[in-house]
Each structure stands twice: as structure tokens, then as C-alpha cells.
Design a protein around this ligand. Structure first.
Ligand SMILES: Nc1ncnc2c1ncn2[C@@H]1O[C@H](COP(=O)(O)OP(=O)(O)OP(=O)(O)O)[C@@H](O)[C@H]1O
Ligand SMILES: [Mg+2]
Length: 325
């Protein structure tokens, strides 16, 4: 857990949240350890990483017993990575748009409380309304329902929160937002395997985990940790995608493998995980993201569009198989 972020418990949004959450189901919301369960231990075999499994001081309560689906939400897709800056938010936003383009009802939850990207990437930022029953009404853009901490705090204000508060906020984003009827809720996670990821997997059943990695070893090592986390908490891994996979120079058409190439595919094969595709480095992806006009809203770069379409097709197919099973 990031100690720096625990020095001060902000902030100006207390009206949205009540403190003292016990969202990991371990019986304590006040302690400062990473899962909020009051155990310093990180013994092997404990599903929340807190040493709180059987025989570790929490009785036999399994934090995953607390998982409940979100009413109306059919599928939840968690987009994760080990390393930061590999393109999770870019992927999440464009996947959400692809699914919506294919006629699905889609929500996008920005679970990165420390660095929310959805307001910028989706080009929308205003304070959401509350319903009469105090539920948060998600914003909407490109036909996608959106929730992000960025809608609630100023752009330059840091969320300096302790673990239990982080868990409370994530739980509220999942359960106290009026998501309505949704085929796919895409959850854009922060990097790593910390409080936010654990809260998500303990609070709601995840149908599909997608791990984003760049091709180089330094990213793949951490991507494997993210995969291992999902495996450990029994979340089905849908696959791994290689972002920034290669670069075609728009001037001379020459290809450069700036961050190497093919590492994610090789890792996927080795780990027996689905390889979902290669997204190239494209200047427009970055520029359009900053403008709040994700590339999948445009009719350009068919090589990028085909990767997202393929992933979206197979997610839809898999979800239909799940229903038919
Ligand atoms: N394929 C790509 N081609 C060009 N630029 C890209 C590509 N993928 C992502 N980017 C750019 O790289 C930067 C980082 O991407 P992004 O914010 O999606 O990463 P992230 O994994 O969500 O980061 P964080 O871990 O901080 O949440 C952004 O400026 C984004 O526009
Ligand atoms: Mg991000």
C-alpha cells in the first residue's frame, strides 16, 4: 500500500461517501493494512493477500462470500496490467466504444482513483446527479454510461486515501451507481495488484479479466503478476493483449519494433492464456485520447479497429455461450 497516500485522508467529497467501510468482509474497516482487515501478514494461500484465510485469525469467513452481482449488469470486464502506462485506459475506452458500436449496452467504470483517465479520454467532465434514492446517475458519452472519481474531484486534486476508504469508494461506484441494464461493464483498473483490484474481485463477480502489456520484459514480468492475481482469486482470464506492439512510420512506411515485439504472445502461449491481439503504436491513438475522441469513434486505422472488433466479437460470443450454457 502506498504509504504516502495514507498521510492525509482527504477530501472534499465526504458527502458522497461514508467512512468505515468493511468492504473486504473481514470485519474491520478502520485498520490501515492494505485489505482493511487488520492483518499485517501476507502469508501464501490467502485469497486477499492479507493472511486472512482459514486459520489466520479471521475465522473461516471467506472474503469472496461477499461477492454479489450488480443488478442489471450482465458481464463485468476488468482491464488490468502490472505496469503503469501500458495503455489500460486507452484499451478500456476503445473496447467500451467497440462493444457499444456493436449494439451492446455498455458502462465504463474508471476504477483508477489515483489517476482517473476516463474524463479526459471520453471528453466529458461534470458532476453527476443523484437520484431521489441517493444513487449516482452515471454520465453518458458515445452511448456509454460512465463513472469516474474525476467527475467528483477537481482535475488537479489528488485522492489521498487510506485502503478502507479506497475500498468504500470502489464499492459505491459498483453498487451505488444507477447503472441500469448493461450488457458489459468495462472496469479500467490502476496498475498493479492492490486494494482497488482486491476490492473489485471481492465485491462483484468478474466474468472477464483482460491484461494489457507492452512487449518488453519489464512490462511482461508485471503482467504475469496480474495474471497470477486473477488466477489466485478465481477470476477467469479472458486473455492478454499486446499494446504498443510495433510502429509503422507514416512517412517511410518502415516498421520499427520500438518496445520489442511478440513478448505478450509468447508469454500467453507459455502460460496457456488466450492471446487477444497486437495494437500498434499510432500517433492518432494518443492525440485523439487527449482530445476526448477515442480512435474507435473514427473511421481511421483499420489495423487498430480490426483488433478491437475481433476482441469485442469474441467477448460477445463468449458471453452468449455463458448464457446458453
Ligand atoms: N497504441 C498506442 N499508440 C499510441 N499511444 C498510445 C497507445 N496506447 C496508449 N497510448 C498513449 O500512452 C499513454 C498511456 O496510456 P494509458 O493512459 O491508456 O495507459 P494506462 O496503462 O492506463 O496508464 P496508468 O497505468 O497510468 O493508468 C497515453 O497518452 C495514451 O494515449
Ligand atoms: Mg489508466
Amino acid at each position: 500500500m502506498n504509504k504516502e497516500n495514507n498521510e492525509n485522508e482527504m477530501n472534499g467529497n465526504k458527502d458522497y461517501y461514508e467512512e468505515g467501510a468493511d468492504s473486504c468482509g473481514c470485519g474491520s474497516g478502520e485498520e490501515e493494512d492494505s485489505c482493511g482487515c487488520g492483518s499485517e501478514s501476507e502469508e501464501e494461500g490467502s485469497s486477499c493477500g492479507c493472511g486472512g484465510g482459514e486459520g489466520h485469525g479471521h475465522g473461516s469467513k471467506n472474503p469472496f462470500d461477499e461477492q454479489t452481482p450488480i443488478s442489471g449488469v450482465k458481464n463485468i470486464i476488468a482491464v488490468a496490467s502490472g505496469k503503469g502506462g501500458v495503455g489500460k485506459s486507452t484499451f478500456s475506452v476503445n473496447l467500451a466504444i467497440t462493444l457499444a458500436n456493436q449494439g451492446k449496452k455498455v458502462g465504463l467504470l474508471d476504477a483508477d482513483l489515483y489517476g482517473p483517465s476516463v474524463p479526459t479520454m471520453m471528453g466529458i467532465n461534470k458532476r453527476p446527479d443523484l437520484t431521489s434514492s441517493n444513487k449516482i446517475v452515471p454520465l453518458e458519452k458515445f452511448g456509454i454510461k460512465l463513472m469516474s472519481l474525476g467527475f467528483l474531484i477537481p482535475e488537479d486534486a489528488p485522492a489521498i486515501w487510506r485502503g478502507p476508504v479506497v475500498m468504500q469508494v470502489i464499492t459505491q461506484f459498483l453498487k451505488d451507481v444507477e447503472w441500469g441494464e448493461i450488457d458489459f461493464l468495462v472496469v479500467d483498473l490502476p496498475p498493479g495488484t492492490g486494494d482497488i483490484q482486491l476490492t473489485l474481485v471481492q465485491t462483484v463477480p468478474i466474468n472477464f479479466a483482460v491484461v494489457v502489456s507492452t512487449p518488453q520484459d519489464i512490462s511482461l514480468i508485471d503482467a504475469k503478476k496480474a495474471l497470477a492475481m486473477f488466477d489466485k482469486v478465481n477470476v477467469p482470464v479472458f486473455g492478454i493483449v499486446e499494446n504498443m506492439s510495433y510502429f509503422i512510420c507514416p512517412h517511410c512506411n518502415k516498421r520499427s519494433d520500438i518496445f520489442k515485439h511478440g513478448g505478450a504472445k509468447a508469454a500467453a502461449e507459455k502460460l496457456g492464456v488466450n492471446f487477444l491481439g497486437e495494437i500498434p503504436i499510432v500517433e492518432d491513438i494518443c492525440e485523439l485520447s487527449d482530445k476526448g475522441e477515442p480512435i474507435m469513434t473514427k473511421d481511421i486505422h483499420p489495423e487498430v479497429k480490426s483488433v478491437f472488433n475481433k476482441i469485442s466479437d469474441s467477448l460477445i460470443l463468449r458471453s452468449e455461450q455463458k448464457v446458453g450454457a
